[in-house]
Design a protein around this ligand. Structure first.
Ligand SMILES: *Cc1c(COP(=O)(O)O)cnc(C)c1O
Length: 375
């Protein structure tokens, strides 16, 4: 079955006999038992809820995994998988990382005794592995510098040494990229972004095809309790129905905007993985069926960057990405504010860098908005 059909119909399981085409919102915290020692399959919504289960089965099918768990945010999903590790463990993660994940690793996991090495390249990842390393965590493309990592090669490096490979697939979504098919053990999503797709709901997901790992993760999820509510599960299911058309349209607009930006004299560099001159273009073509809707670009003059943020009208100056409304962010002051300045500068996250999430508005209106704002 094609992925766009799975997006629309979701998982096959039906929970009632009314013929409801949309999944019902089971707003129940608890479920009555038909008798002692008998169960409907549901007991308490922190462990399992039908609306959330529908979403979990749908995202598992989309990612080519067997099981998934939905959390109240992407960061709740990150904190859940971090419970797989113990003090003394070590994890290799990229240099360029979503700011919230970086903050959790640096300010919470480290305090709990888990240490990190940062490496961007496959060679760097391999060299950072120590006897106590337990996992390789990657984000591809990375946020905000849009660097691409070869997932299959990262999986080989991790699996040769018995390590887990965890991949944040928020930017491309399973519509364009399915890391489990390249060997990832766990796929992470901020469902707040493209999966929900409307800038209105926070959600997170973990997907796996390893049932032992699923058992451990679902024990952590039900024990720590950051589960997604039935109503929010419904909203993410509803968002996923249009994932395919949204991703296609956003990508089409992103290519046009990236080309337009490249031709502007105020621009220093455009980071869009769909431009043939991007360093990750060839790998992207191999491991993804599309390039997505995220563009980072640096302006030669940082004052122009600030002016652009203040003057955009249709595009909103706001955190987040992947929704119907185009959003522009200032990574230095927003998502990456918690990263030490030297580290930020070394990664190119400087005062001239902006990140654009291309939404569903007319591409001509978006270009006109950028043009007037950048003048
Ligand atoms: C937003 C984001 C997260 C965190 O997700 P929340 O839903 O905001 O908690 C993690 N990874 C990436 C790549 C993100 O963009």
């Amino acid at each position: 079955m094609d992925i766009s059909t799975i997006c629309v119909h979701g998982c096959d399981k039906r929970y009632d006999s009314t013929g409801a085409v949309a999944v019902p919102i089971y707003a129940s915290a608890t479920f009555a038992h038909p008798g002692v020692g008998r169960s409907t399959g549901f007991d308490y919504s922190r462990s399992l809820n039908p609306t959330r289960e529908h979403l979990e089965r749908t995202i598992a099918a989309l990612e080519g995994g067997t099981q998934a768990i939905a959390f109240s945010s992407g960061m709740a999903a990150v904190s859940a998988f971090m419970e797989l590790f113990a003090p003394g463990d070590h994890i290799v993660a990229p240099d360029d990382l979503y700011g919230g994940t970086y903050r959790l690793f640096a300010q919470i996991s480290q305090k709990n005794g888990v240490n990190f090495s940062h490496a961007n390249t496959l060679d760097g990842i391999e060299k950072s592995i120590r006897p106590n390393t337990k996992a390789v965590f990657i984000e591809t493309p990375t946020n905000p510098m849009m660097q691409v990592i070869d997932i299959a090669a990262a999986a080989r490096i991790a699996h040769d040494r018995g390590l887990l490979l965890i991949v944040d697939n928020t930017f491309l979504t399973p519509y364009f990229q399915r890391p489990i098919t390249f060997g990832a053990d766990i796929v992470l999503h901020s469902g707040t972004k493209y999966l929900g797709g409307h800038n209105d709901t926070l959600a997170g997901m973990l997907v796996t095809s390893d049932s032992g790992l699923y058992e451990r993760l679902s024990f952590i999820a039900k024990t720590t309790g950051a589960c997604l509510s039935p109503f929010d599960s419904f909203l993410i299911v509803r968002g996923i129905k249009t994932l395919a058309v949204r991703m296609d349209r956003m990508q089409e607009s992103a290519i046009a905007i990236a080309r337009w930006l490249t031709a502007q004299t105020a621009i220093d560099k455009v980071h869009y993985i769909g431009l043939p001159e991007h360093s990750g273009y060839e790998i992207s073509r191999r491991q993804a069926s599309g390039f997505g809707g995220m563009i980072s670009f640096s302006l030669k003059n940082s004052e122009t960057a600030v002016k652009t943020l203040e003057r955009v009208k249709i595009i909103k100056y706001a955190e987040s990405l992947g929704g119907t409304e185009s959003l522009i962010t200032y990574p230095m002051l927003q998502t990456h504010a918690d990263m030490p300045e030297e580290e930020r500068n070394a990664r190119g996250i400087n005062a001239g860098l902006l990140r654009l999430s291309v939404g569903l508005e007319s591409v001509d209106d978006l270009i006109a908005d950028l043009e007037q704002a950048m003048q």
